[in-house]
Design a protein around this ligand. Structure first.
Ligand SMILES: [Zn+2]
Length: 401
C-alpha cells in the first residue's frame, strides 16, 4: 500500500485532550497507521515521493467515528409496533403481549445465516456512509445457544472481512417464551452453556438489567461466570426504572453502563470510582419519547460520557451515529465537544480500544473527512450526511459521489 498524504485540511480535530484541533493540518498515513499529523507545512517535508496525495480543500478531519452500542444482527422490522406506540401503547405492555424483543427473536430464528449476514452487512454499509469505522454488535435476538452463537458468528465473519465489528454476547436480553414459566432454567442455560460457548466469538458480556428484564441477582450470577471466563462486562442499566444498574456496574467494574435514565447517586459514585464509562443512547429516548439521561449529574460525578445509536429494530431504528449525537446535543444537553468526544475517544474507551478514537501518530488510520470546515456542522445541519471520505486502517473505504 502506498503511503497516503492528506493535506490542506482546515483543521484536524485530534481528540487528544478535548477537541485539540490542529489548524491547516495534514495527515501522513503509512500502512494501517497514522505516521505523522500536524500543520501542512510541517508534515510536507516528511512525505515520501511515492505517497498518494489527497487534497482536502479546506475540509476538516476527525477520528473515524465509533458506535459503542448496537444490536446489529437481526431480521425483520417493527414498524407496526412503532405505529402501536404512537397510538399510546407502552413498551412494557408490548413486551408482555409477546411483541417487542420477542417478535425480533422469532424473525431472527427463522432467518438463515446468510440472510442474517447480508442484512447486517447492508446495515454496515449505511453505518460506514455516516463516517463510522468501528461498531460494537450485541447478540440477544437468538436467546437459544445455537441462535446466539449464529448471531455472534455473523459479527465475527464481518469482522474477519475487515469491518471493525466488536461482538458482545447478550443472551440475557430477554427470557424467551419457551422459558416464560421457568426463568431459572433459562438463567442456567445462559450461565452453563451459552457463556462458555460464546466466549471464543465475543469480547464483552452484556445483561439487560431492568424492570421486566433481568434482576440484580440474576445479573450478578451471569457476571460472576462471565468474569471467570475472561469476558469484560457491559450492562444495560436503569433504562426503564431505577433498579440499581449503575451500582452493579460500579461494583463489578463494568467497562460501560449504558442507557442510565434513572441512575441513583450511589450508582454514579460507584461508576466514577470504577472508571465505568456512561454510554448514553439519546436516539432511544427520542424514539420512545422518554426522558434523556441526566448528563449534568454525570458531569458532577466526573464520568466520561460516550454516545451510541443503540441501533435495534424496536427502540432505535436509526443507523446514523451523527443523528443520535445531534439528539444528544439538542435534546439531552451535551455540548458539541462532549458529543464529539462521545462518538470518538470516549466511545473507544467504552470498548477498551486504545488504538483508535484519536488522531495521533501510531494510532490506527481511521479517519473521517467531513465535507465541512467545522465539525459543529454535524449537529447544526441536523440529519445531513456530511461524509466526504472515510479511511479505515489506512484504506479509503468510502467516498462521496
Ligand atoms: Zn441496547
Amino acid at each position: 500500500m502506498k503511503p497516503l498524504f492528506i493535506r490542506n485540511l482546515s483543521q484536524a480535530i485530534t481528540m487528544a485532550d478535548g477537541l485539540s484541533p490542529i489548524k491547516d493540518a495534514a495527515i501522513l498515513i503509512e500502512g494501517e497507521l497514522i505516521k505523522a499529523i500536524g500543520p501542512t507545512d510541517e508534515i510536507t517535508p516528511l512525505v515520501p515521493s511515492s505517497a498518494q496525495v489527497i487534497e482536502a480543500g479546506g475540509r476538516c478531519a476527525l477520528p473515524g467515528l465509533i458506535d459503542p452500542h448496537t444490536h446489529l444482527v437481526y431480521a425483520g422490522n417493527r414498524a407496526r409496533e412503532f405505529v402501536q406506540r404512537l397510538a399510546g401503547a407502552d413498551y412494557l405492555e408490548i413486551l408482555k403481549a409477546g411483541g417487542g424483543i420477542l417478535s425480533t427473536v422469532r424473525a431472527t430464528r427463522a432467518a438463515s445465516d446468510e440472510e442474517l449476514y447480508l442484512l447486517a452487512r447492508g446495515r454496515l454499509l449505511e453505518i460506514l456512509s455516516w463516517g463510522v469505522t468501528t461498531v460494537e454488535a450485541k447478540s440477544g435476538y437468538g436467546l437459544a445457544p445455537d441462535h446466539e452463537i449464529r448471531i455472534l458468528r455473523v459479527a465475527k465473519r464481518l469482522s474477519d472481512e475487515g469491518w471493525q465489528v466488536i461482538p458482545t454476547f447478550m443472551g440475557a436480553h430477554a427470557v424467551p417464551p419457551e422459558f416464560k414459566e421457568n426463568r431459572k432454567a433459562y438463567l442456567d442455560l445462559v450461565v452453563e452453556e451459552m457463556l462458555p460457548a460464546a466466549r471464543e466469538v465475543s469480547v464483552f458480556c452484556d445483561v439487560f438489567m431492568d424492570e421486566g428484564a433481568f434482576t440484580r441477582e440474576e445479573t450478578e450470577c451471569i457476571f460472576g461466570r462471565a468474569l471467570e471466563l475472561g469476558y469484560k462486562l457491559k450492562i444495560h442499566a436503569d433504562e426503564l426504572a431505577p433498579t440499581g444498574g449503575a451500582e452493579v456496574a460500579g461494583a463489578w467494574k463494568a467497562i460501560s453502563a449504558d442507557h442510565l435514565l434513572h441512575p441513583s447517586e450511589e450508582g454514579l459514585e460507584a461508576m466514577a470510582k470504577s472508571g465505568t464509562i456512561a454510554v448514553i443512547l439519546p436516539a432511544t429516548s427520542f424514539t420512545l419519547r422518554k426522558p434523556y439521561a441526566p448528563v449534568q449529574r454525570f458531569r458532577t460525578h466526573g464520568l466520561k460520557i460516550a454516545l451510541a445509536t443503540d441501533h435495534n429494530p424496536g427502540t432505535s431504528p436509526t443507523l446514523s451515529l451523527p443523528l443520535a449525537a445531534t439528539i444528544g446535543v439538542l435534546a439531552a444537553g451535551l455540548t458539541v465537544e462532549e458529543a464529539l468526544l462521545g462518538i470518538t475517544a470516549n466511545a473507544a474507551r467504552a470498548l477498551g480500544l486504545e488504538d483508535r478514537g484519536v488522531l495521533a501518530p501510531g494510532k490506527r488510520a481511521d479517519v473521517l473527512i467531513l465535507d465541512a470546515d467545522d465539525p459543529a456542522q454535524i449537529f447544526y445541519q441536523i440529519g445531513r450526511k456530511l461524509t466526504w471520505k472515510v479511511f479505515r486502517g489506512g484504506r479509503e473505504v468510502y467516498s462521496a459521489a
